[in-house]
Design a protein around this ligand. Structure first.
Ligand code: FES
Length: 161
């Protein structure tokens, strides 16, 4: 069956449209709805969004590719996104990445074989004053990180998985 929003998500999509002057302007919030519903923006999902918003699939794919917060492939249950921009790098982001790679047994851009954890690097998360920072999934920030703190975080998340 072709990809399509659930009734509830479609209702939210219609509501989102009322906040924008054109369908095109609602592209990013539609991405959020789609990511919430489908987990990531697959080519089929992007084609569906293109139909909904009267856009070309190529345009939708190009916009999606610009934003790291929109996943273009399946991610683990816990997606750890470490900021590696300047402020974070100056206070140890690389050590955080190395610690997570070692703890999880994967490299940046990979997902653990059990599908529990994905590890990515991202651009500035807008929290430079509390660097180094990582974002968990689409919401929670973990700030002033140390290798000890991220080790503890992974252990806590592993218990929930
Ligand atoms: S550089 Fe990492 S939050 Fe800004």
């Amino acid at each position: 069956m072709a990809v399509q929003f659930s009734q509830e998500t479609y209702r939210q999509f219609e509501e989102v449209l009322t906040h924008y002057p054109t369908k095109r302007a609602a592209l990013l919030p539609t991405f959020w709805l789609a990511q919430e519903e489908f987990g990531y923006l697959s080519p089929e999902v992007m084609e569906y969004i293109a139909q909904l918003l009267d856009l070309s699939p190529a345009y939708v794919a190009a916009v999606a590719s610009f934003y790291t917060m929109f996943d273009k492939e399946p991610k683990g249950k816990f997606h750890l996104q470490v900021c590696t921009n300047l402020s974070c790098t100056l206070v140890g982001a690389q050590q955080i990445v190395e610690c997570l790679e070692q703890k999880l047994g994967i490299k940046l851009g990979e997902t653990t074989p059990d599908g529990k954890f994905s590890l990515s690097e991202v651009e500035c998360l807008g929290s430079c004053g509390t660097a180094p920072v990582l974002q968990l999934n689409t919401g929670d920030y973990y700030e002033n990180l140390t290798p000890e703190r991220v080790t503890q975080l992974v252990e806590e998340l592993a218990k929930q998985a």
